[in-house]
Design a protein around this ligand. Sequence first.
Ligand SMILES: [Zn+2]
Length: 306
Amino acid sequence: MERNSEHDKESVIATNIMADEGSNRFRATIRFLPQSLSQGGYTLGTMQLLPSFSSARQLGQSPRRAASASIGFFHCTRFKLAALLCVVPAFSGLKASLAAPAPIICIDPGHPSETSAGASANGLSENRLNWQVALTLQKRLKAMGIRTVMTKNRENQKVTNRQRAEIANRASAALFIRLHCDEGGGRGFAWYYPDRAGHKQGVTGPPRHVQVASREAAYILNETMTTVLRGSLRANPVKTDAATFVGGRQGGVLTGSIFSKVPTALLEMCFINQRNDARFIASKAGQEKMAQAIALGVQRFLRSRP
Ligand SMILES: [Zn+2]
C-alpha cells in the first residue's frame, strides 16, 4: 500500500480493486485510514463493481484481463467520507441487481439411491469411485473459481434421484453433472442427456429449454473429454437417457432428469468390469485426469452460455 504525501486531511481512503478472473466483476475493498495510523486501518466494506464503473475504467485494461490493480488513495474530508459511506450500500445494491452471480456446478456422485447401491467389479465399488472423482472434480472446479454443490456429504449417504435433482434446482446450478461407472460389454466413457420430458410422481419434466441446454452440455463435455482422455479411455458417441437401463423403462427419461429444472448430463466414466478401464479409474492419476477432463469441459460449457 502507498500513502499520499499530503497528510493534512482528516482521513484517507484506499481502494483496491481485484478482478475476478473469468467474470466481468470487480471486488473493491475500501479502507479508512485515520491520520494517526501509518499502517492498517479499518475495512469499511466490500462491494462489487461493474466494468462500466469509472474506477474500473481507470485500470485502462479490459475487465477480464485485469488481474489486480490499485487505484490509489484519496484524501477525504469527514463530509466526503460520509458521502462515500452512503455510496457503498448503493453499489451493493447494484451488485444484487446487475452483476451476474458466479455459476454453481452441482456434482452428483451416483449411488446409493432408491434404485441401486452401484455396480462392483474387479474389486472396485462404483459408489466409491464416483465419490472419489466427485471430490477431485470439486477441487478442480474451485481452483477455476467455479462454485460447487454436492448432492451428498458422505460416500454412503443414500439420496434419492429426485432429491439429487432438487438439490441442483435449489442451487440454480448452471449444470447438474451426474457421475457413474458402467458395467457390461462396452469400453470407455459416455455422456447421456434427456431429449424429452417424462412423468413421475405427478411431475412432468424436464422442460424443453433444459433439454436443449443439457444436449449442448453433453456434446461440449464429450468433445473436451475426447481430446483430454485420448489414449487413456475410449470416447463413445453422446446418447440420450432413453439408452440407459432406467431411462428405457420409464418413457426414455431418467428420474434425475424428470425433476431437473437445470441443464443436466450423466457421465458413465468407464466400464469397471473392463480391465483397462478399471485400472485407469482406480488409479489416483486416472481420477485426476478424469476430473481435469470434466472440469475443462465444464469451463467450456460455461463460456458458451449467454
Ligand atoms: Zn451408476
